[in-house]
Ligand binder design. Structure first.
Ligand code: DGY
Length: 323
């Protein structure tokens, strides 16, 4: 059997190499679609990252492919419907990155609220000349109201951390979660509009789907308070970047912190990069050493299961197993 891995990953490949010939794209940047198309021609298994578009045309080019394993929890880069039509199971890595991503969401929230990045720039540029009563003021986090859009694993982990800050928590999701979960997290389901109007901090934790694409656009930003801060560690296209630029530029909202952008990487000429009330990081929400190692291990375990015709431990399209 033959395997293609689209980037070097932090995992022990011995078990995989005992099963198959393993080829790894050696460069830091992703393989082009042309390279990928040629590489998948004779492979049985593919291990990919969220930067690799796995579309119907690519699947067409891979007649032998029997498993796709993505080293990420999100899989919006993969045409799952096309894979399912070919009965190819698609694996992903849920659960293991929940804490790392929730921690990072809090890092961004705190940094945006308390001007950590601006303060660092201020210091390095030689502007720190004395202690000033009104220097780099930000809102209080303790006791503030947090609005969580999407109360899945990561949203819940963010809410758990908010308990320590004595925050009031609103959340919005298609359906309210179980009453016991709401009670444990002290979180109240509200319509999105209500959440946007009443939250000091709004944080996004929904997957990217047709329904959540530009979920936060001009109308939603207009509903937020002028003191509010928006955090996105989910997927870039959930926020309409042009609308966000206008809202930040005109101080319709106070600030934002994005770990994800549309497109990724954000082009250096993006007007967003001219704003001082915005923090942008390069999609590193899950980037703790241990988390990335565990993600890689799970991705390998999914791949091996697929090669052996066993059910994937974490499969996004289990319907492929229905007879
Ligand atoms: C994911 O897993 O989907 C994150 O965006 C990267 O860890």
């Amino acid at each position: 059997m033959r395997i293609y891995i689209t980037r070097a990953i932090p995992a022990d490949l011995t078990a995989l190499q005992a099963l198959a010939e393993v080829n790894i794209w050696p460069q830091r940047l992703p393989p082009s679609q042309q390279v990928l198309q040629a590489e998948v021609e004779n492979i049985d298994g593919l291990l990919c990252l969220l930067t690799d578009p796995i579309d119907a045309a690519l699947l067409e080019a891979a007649p032998r492919l029997k498993v796709i394993s993505q080293m990420a929890v999100g899989y919006d880069n993969i045409d799952v419907a096309a894979a399912t039509a070919r009965r190819i199971p698609v694996g992903h890595t849920p659960g293991v990155l929940t804490d790392a991503t929730a921690d990072f969401t809090w890092a961004l929230l705190m940094a945006a609220a308390r001007q950590v990045v601006t303060g660092d720039r201020f210091t390095r540029s030689g502007q720190w000349q004395t202690w000033e009563p009104a220097l780099l003021l930000g809102p209080d986090v303790a006791g503030a109201t947090l609005g969580i859009v999407g109360l899945g694993r990561i949203g819940q982990a963010v809410a758990k951390r908010a308990q320590g800050f004595g925050m009031r928590i609103f959340y919005h999701s298609r359906q309210p979660v179980e009453a016991a979960t709401e009670a444990a997290l002290n979180a109240e389901w509200v319509p999105l509009e209500h959440l946007l109007q009443r939250s000091d901090f709004v944080t996004l934790h929904v997957p990217l789907t047709a329904e959540t694409h530009h979920l936060i656009s001009s109308a939603q930003l207009a509903q937020m308070q002028p003191t509010a801060i928006l955090i996105n560690t989910a997927r870039g296209p959930i926020v309409d970047a042009a609308a966000l630029y206008e809202a930040l530029k005109t101080e319709q909202i106070a600030g934002a912190a994005l770990d994800v952008t549309e497109p990724e990487p954000i082009p250096l000429e993006s007007p967003l990069l001219t704003l001082d009330n915005l923090i942008i990081t390069p999609h590193i929400g899950s980037a703790s050493r241990q988390t990335r190692e565990t993600m890689a291990e799970i991705a390998i375990a999914n791949l091996i299961a697929g090669l052996k015709d066993e059910p994937l431990p974490h499969c996004v399209n289990p319907m492929v197993y229905q007879r």
